[in-house]
Design a protein around this ligand. Structure first.
Ligand code: 13P
Ligand code: SF4
Length: 312
């Protein structure tokens, strides 16, 4: 089957099985282009909550599939590769969080959506980078809060809300690697360019930002801005949608610190790259791999997710 036939087959089987294809902005361009819906973590969860499809195919990473399954327990939820995990979600294990909660009685737990279902089940509310500020602001100023697992997003939210939430020491291997020197070099080459930064980036990168936001927030800024050039410090998959939405503007991916023997000068999430058209086709044909969430865990995890959706 050539590429065009493969795409036609994917659309044909999806229609036949009443399957909805969802993709995160970080997936490859051809995966985004074939999806019914492309969005940030919040939009994907909102879309899952209201879909009337029988099958949800989540082109993204494992926690996104779990969130869909928790929201739609009666539906079949497929991902393209069970190895598509997330270094940030891996940085917070449920038993470690449970121990941390025991050490800090009286604290409520605010968890980023990039967490396992078991971590969500231990949380009071879930946030994404789109709504973290709003959700945290919904708590009284003197509420004792633990924020995890992303310490950079947590520090950013502490800064903009004037709080001192306890921060989990976790992070994303992609967002933690941007090179400040390389961004400054790019700025020198393109002095008019605006710097767009995801809040999972460390503070020194946030400090050179013209805009800090979720993937959807950065896309919106690029569309609405009068600027013609942008340096983008988040996973480079988002550049596809930015370029589609703004064909006359220029987007430069912020480079990572060079690692020995690495050819790639863009910032790629190796987990997101596991999503391919071939695997999408196979998932639709075989209805595998399917996501399952333990019923007890799901019963607890849906509460903080619904709380977030109500507040968003
Ligand atoms: P958002 O799409 O919510 O900005 O999240 C970024 C991310 O790292 C997803 O894994
Ligand atoms: Fe997880 Fe980072 Fe990949 Fe996002 S970019 S899915 S936070 S590893």
């Amino acid at each position: 089957m050539n590429r065009e036939q493969l795409k036609k087959e994917i659309r044909r089987i999806a229609a036949e099985k009443n399957a909805v294809i969802m993709a995160h902005y970080y997936t490859d361009a051809e995966v985004q282009d074939i999806a019914d819906f492309v969005g940030d973590s919040l939009a994907l969860a909102q879309q899952a909550a209201k879909t009337d499809a029988d099958i949800i195919v989540m082109c993204g990473v494992h926690f996104m599939g779990e969130t869909c399954k928790i929201l739609c327990p009666q539906k079949k939820v497929l991902v393209l590769d069970l190895n598509a995990g997330c270094s940030l979600a891996d940085s917070c294990r449920a038993d470690d969080l449970a121990a941390f909660k025991n050490e800090h009685p009286g604290y409520k737990v605010v968890s980023y959506v990039n967490t396992t279902a078991a971590v969500k089940a231990l949380s009071d509310v879930v946030v994404t980078s789109s709504n973290a500020r709003k959700v945290v602001d919904s708590y009284p100023k003197d509420e004792k809060l633990i924020f995890g697992p992303d310490k950079n997003l947590g520090a950013y939210i502490n800064g903009v809300t004037g709080r001192s939430m306890l921060l989990w020491d976790g992070g994303c291997h992609v967002h933690g690697r941007f090179s400040l020197n390389a961004i400054n070099d790019l700025k020198a080459q393109h002095p008019e360019a605006k710097v767009l930064v995801h809040p999972e980036c460390p503070k020194p990168i946030q400090m050179v930002a013209d805009e800090i936001g979720s993937t959807a927030g950065l896309l919106k800024y690029a569309i609405e801005s009068d600027a013609q050039e942008f340096i983008v410090a988040t996973e480079c998959g988002i550049l596809h949608k930015m370029q589609l939405a703004c064909p006359d503007k220029k987007f430069y991916p912020a480079p990572p610190e060079p690692a020995d023997g690495e050819a790639c000068q863009c910032n790629e999430c190796s987990y997101m790259r596991l999503n391919t058209l071939e695997k999408l086709h196979s998932a639709l044909v075989t209805e595998q791999p399917e996501i399952f969430v333990d019923a007890d865990v799901a019963r607890e995890a849906i509460k903080p997710i619904n709380k977030m959706l109500d507040l968003s």
